[in-house]
Write a protein that binds this ligand. Structure first.
Ligand SMILES: [Zn+2]
Length: 357
């Protein structure tokens, strides 16, 4: 039986009310993670109160960067863009870290529309954009060497205020692709024009992230990217092998797959693990783009090491493209070759220095 909350008592209206002010309710809701808000909103009839609160969270985010909320959400809708990075994390886990800049991710080809909106709101470019043209196409529609899914990067600052924005153009029609190549699941969150989405809610709400650990991890990601979160007390798990067993005598099923706590699970955007909450009355229009992904991980075996790189598959009704860092996203090495390889590839390269984030 659904739990029913007396709205009058919650709001403190009339006789018998709790007598608490609207400010007190806001303070209470402001402290909750997106996962907890989802639970609170399931208590009839608190859903509209939670939705209004979420809308306020989004409005405050734009305000912090000196942008008007409704037109900026309109820009996200018109360009198919999303907000990610620490600003999106602040919508999901408020108060952990004040966002230093706003990261906007747009589909391939939409960067100029996003930039012209920002130019019309007193933002200017800090320098020339960084553009990559390193993507290669292999057989079976496999795109590799994709620079973490980023095609171009534009840094902007406000003319009068201290506000920074980074616009990241995806190499694909989905702005979500670069997010799936982030170094940890902890930051795999985003906000579009209608909803806030957390891709690993069960871990994120507990301040835990799984590393997106591909063979090229040290080459692709800055070391500081990991340290920043660890200093805030976030547990970043290198390999989910340290948390649970993957092999059992009786079954080949992954034991922790259903909880979204396993690097080896194949995920889709609309699976039961993804947590979405709407902050407007408008309903989400289902997209033609279907996205499937799995994180990178390393499987340490007695006679060899197997590397499985991050790979993402994006399909439309007529096309299907796979994205990965390397041409072959699965590679097994015997221990001797692995050690030699490790010594050879030790150290940072230019990709890590320019990668984003
Ligand atoms: Zn696992």
């Amino acid at each position: 039986m659904p739990l029913v909350v007396d709205l009058q008592r919650f709001q403190g209206e009339g006789t018998g009310g709790l007598g608490t002010s609207v400010d007190a309710h806001d303070a209470f809701l402001r402290s909750l993670s997106l996962r907890d808000l989802k639970k609170v909103s399931s208590l009839t009839p608190l859903a509209p109160i939670v939705q209004r609160h979420l809308h306020d969270r989004v409005e405050s985010m734009w305000k912090a960067f000196h942008l008007p909320s409704s037109p900026s959400l309109g820009m996200l809708k018109d360009t198919g863009s999303i907000v990610s990075g620490s600003a999106a994390l602040d919508l999901i886990l408020p108060g952990l870290r004040t966002p230093r800049d706003l990261n906007l991710y747009c589909p391939e080809g939409a960067a100029s529309a996003v930039l012209s909106y920002l130019f019309s709101h007193k933002f200017i470019l800090q320098g020339p954009p960084l553009v990559w043209n390193s993507m290669k196409e292999g057989r079976s529609n496999n795109c590799f060497n994709i620079n973490n899914g980023v095609k171009s990067l534009h840094r902007l600052k406000h003319l009068e205020e201290s506000a920074l924005i980074t616009v990241v153009e995806s190499v694909s029609l989905s702005p979500i692709l670069p997010i799936l190549f982030f170094h940890t699941t902890f930051t795999m969150n985003y906000c579009d024009d209608k909803e806030i989405t957390c891709l690993y809610p069960n871990l994120t709400a507990c301040s835990v992230g799984l590393n997106n650990r591909s063979e090229d991890y040290d080459r692709l990601h800055k070391t500081e990217a990991t340290q920043k979160w660890e200093q805030l007390g976030i547990e970043l798990v290198w390999n989910c092998d340290s948390k649970h067993r993957h092999y059992s005598e009786n079954t080949t099923a992954l034991p922790f797959a259903a909880t979204g706590k396993c690097q080896r699970q194949i995920r889709t955007l609309d699976d039961a693990i993804t947590l979405r909450m709407g902050f407007t009355e408008e309903k989400r229009i289902s997209s033609d783009l279907k996205i499937t992904w799995s994180l990178g991980y390393t499987d340490w075996m007695t006679n060899k090491v197997e590397y499985v790189d991050t790979h993402v598959s994006i399909t439309t009704p007529t096309t299907g493209t796979k994205y990965s860092t390397l041409r072959h996203h699965r590679r097994a090495l015997d221990w001797k070759t692995h050690r030699e390889n490790d010594i050879e590839s030790d150290g940072e390269t230019s990709v890590a220095r320019t990668s984003f984030p």
